[in-house]
Design a protein around this ligand. Structure first.
Ligand code: KG4
Ligand code: ZN
Length: 340
């Protein structure tokens, strides 16, 4: 069964054809980041306009590279939530047009469910139930994946998402947006014990995250050094920051795995590409006898293969949308699990 996936929730216009939820026949990602970088973050209005300009050729190219026409496609999966509303609506409207004109079923896919599903592409043997940590630019969630389409969120960020924290720390250290990957590269050259940064404690909530205190600590340390005219080695700060984030993510997630007696853990989302985070989870899981699943680097960030893959499971579960499908800027995974 071939699913065409369409993703436009943020700043990547993406389309992909995936067979049987695991074989990626094409994976086209058109990034707008060079333009948003000029503003230090994603500008929603620009994102919507670029999606509108690019969605046509991106979808055509995905079909071409998969050696398909629409006649070969069994379902059109599109990200409908969460995300920037104007950006989501471009993908949704395009997908609806395709579905209405061809009669192919339309499948609404939750973006975070898509990130989780990226693991099925890299590890076709992975089956629910398992625990998944989703760490992206907009989300930091610990999720019990009970089935391919059923989720229970057991931990979430109280303020900044992990990726947001990486990007803000990176900006303070003088790296371009989005700076997560620059921190990753710099951290390889620095001493992770050079700076002592705070690890947030949240009362009565073992599995929630809070990254705003850590972000402020980096900003204050950098500004204090500047005011005193001291030279701060940014590789050391990058390494110390990255280790603090990785340790916090590992601590909370492994506590959740222990509580649930879960022996399978997946990580997903843009920040799961971080080498320090991947290394810290590899070690913690090996120490505790937990099997770890991580997406290939190209499926960590936003892409449409993950949407097509999740679309396959949503299709099997009977999820369909009609021509009234709308975008939703904020929607918890718990909520879509209740609807079934
Ligand atoms: O999943 P994603 O592509 O988009 C969202 O759904 O938000 O995640 C983007 C985030 C950005 O904050 C980016 O800086 C971060 O993922 N990121 C990284 C790395 N690569 C991307 N953060 C740390 N280390 C990396 N190597
Ligand atoms: Zn994402």
């Amino acid at each position: 069964m071939k699913i065409l996936g369409i993703e436009s929730s943020c700043d990547e216009t993406a389309a992909s054809v995936v067979e049987d939820g695991k074989t990626v026949l094409s994976n086209i990602v058109s990034s707008q980041i060079d333009e948003h970088r000029l503003y230090g973050g994603v500008v929603p209005e620009i994102a919507s306009r670029r999606h509108a300009e690019n969605i046509g050729w991106v979808v055509r190219e995905a079909l071409l590279q998969a050696n398909c026409t629409l006649a070969d496609i069994d379902g059109i999966a599109v990200t409908y939530a969460p995300g920037l509303i104007g950006a989501l609506l471009v993908g949704i409207s395009f997908a609806k047009g395709l579905a209405m004109s061809s009669g192919i079923p339309l499948i609404p896919v939750h973006h975070i469910a898509g990130h989780i599903a990226a693991n099925y592409i890299t590890h076709p043997e992975l089956e629910p139930p398992y625990l998944c940590l989703v760490i992206s630019g907009g989300h930091s969630h610990i999720i019990e994946v009970r089935d391919y389409t059923k989720y229970h969120v057991i931990g979430r960020t109280r303020d900044d998402a992990a990726g947001e924290c990486f990007d803000k720390a990176a900006r303070t250290l003088g790296y371009e947006y989005p700076g997560g990957k620059f921190i990753d590269a710099a951290a390889k050259l620095g001493d992770p014990n050079a700076y002592k940064l705070p690890k947030p404690k949240i009362p009565n909530s073992e599995f929630d995250f809070s990254f705003s205190g850590l972000k402020t600590a980096v900003i204050n340390t950098v500004h204090n050094a500047e005011q005193k005219g001291e030279q701060l080695r940014r590789e050391d700060m990058a390494a110390s920051f990255q280790k603090t984030v990785a340790d916090t993510l590992v601590e909370r997630t492994m506590a959740a795995a222990k509580m649930l007696s879960s022996k399978k853990l997946a990580i997903a989302g843009g920040v799961s590409a971080n080498s320090g985070v991947r290394g810290a989870f590899e070690k913690a899981c090996a120490d505790r006898g937990v099997k770890l699943y991580m997406p290939e680097l190209k499926y960590c960030g936003d892409n449409a293969a993950m949407i097509a893959c999740q679309g396959y499971y949503d299709f099997l579960a009977g999820k369909r949308a009609d021509e009234s499908l709308n975008g939703i800027a904020t929607l918890s995974l718990d909520k879509i699990s209740e609807e079934q």
